[in-house]
Design a protein around this ligand. Structure first.
Ligand SMILES: [Zn+2]
Length: 194
């Protein structure tokens, strides 16, 4: 019979002998729990950020900007800079640029955003390139408009969804209006979205 007061027992002895290891293990467990909690919060933040900008992109005035953009087939079709049409197109493209910025910063998940928007982005690529070129031409300095929009268009161009919506292996490449494609709009070689 063991003496309960004098002998700690096998479990007690094991705990005493391994208290350092147990302390380290508990600390590591705490780190894992903290990291997991941060990860869950970050995922929720990115989802919420995407939903907010997604809703903005679906607003009627932004959709109207896209509709007006589709009417551009050459430099001559770009509305005058002080027109309402120009401003609406400008705003819709600026929102895509913002989406690209959020993705590049990691504030919005790239796969989620490109999966939802890749066909719309491909559809606007040709007129957007013409509009961007016209916008840049109106500036005297060597200014590249909307770098994140350019990046986003390139991402959409090379993206292939697993949902079966991408029926062709050749993405519709835009008519470039006689070589007006800005250099930055070329494919980036980043094909790792899949
Ligand atoms: Zn698709």
């Amino acid at each position: 019979m063991s003496n309960l007061e004098g002998e700690p027992g096998e479990m007690g002895a094991w705990l005493t002998n391994n208290k350092d290891i147990i302390g380290i293990a508990l600390a590591l467990l705490g780190l894992v729990v903290t990291a997991y909690t941060v990860l869950i919060a970050r995922t929720a933040q990115r989802r919420d950020a995407f939903m907010r900008i997604h809703e903005v992109l679906l607003q009627p005035e932004i959709q109207e900007g896209r509709r007006l953009l589709f009417q551009i087939q050459s430099d001559d079709d770009v509305p005058k800079r002080d027109s309402t049409s120009y401003q609406m197109i400008n705003r819709s493209l600026a929102m895509y640029d913002t989406l690209g910025h959020y993705i590049r910063r990691g504030d919005v998940d790239r796969r989620r955003a490109v999966d939802v928007w890749h066909h719309s982005l491909r559809d606007i690529t040709a007129p957007a390139e013409i509009f961007i070129h016209a916008r840049e031409s109106s500036h005297r300095s060597g200014w590249h408009a909307w770098p994140w929009l350019r990046w986003l268009l390139a991402e959409a161009s090379s993206y292939r969804s697993k949902e079966g919506c991408c029926v062709s292996t050749s993405a519709p490449q835009g008519r470039n209006g006689g070589g007006s494609t800005p250099a930055g709009t070329a494919r980036t070689g980043e094909h790792n979205v899949e």
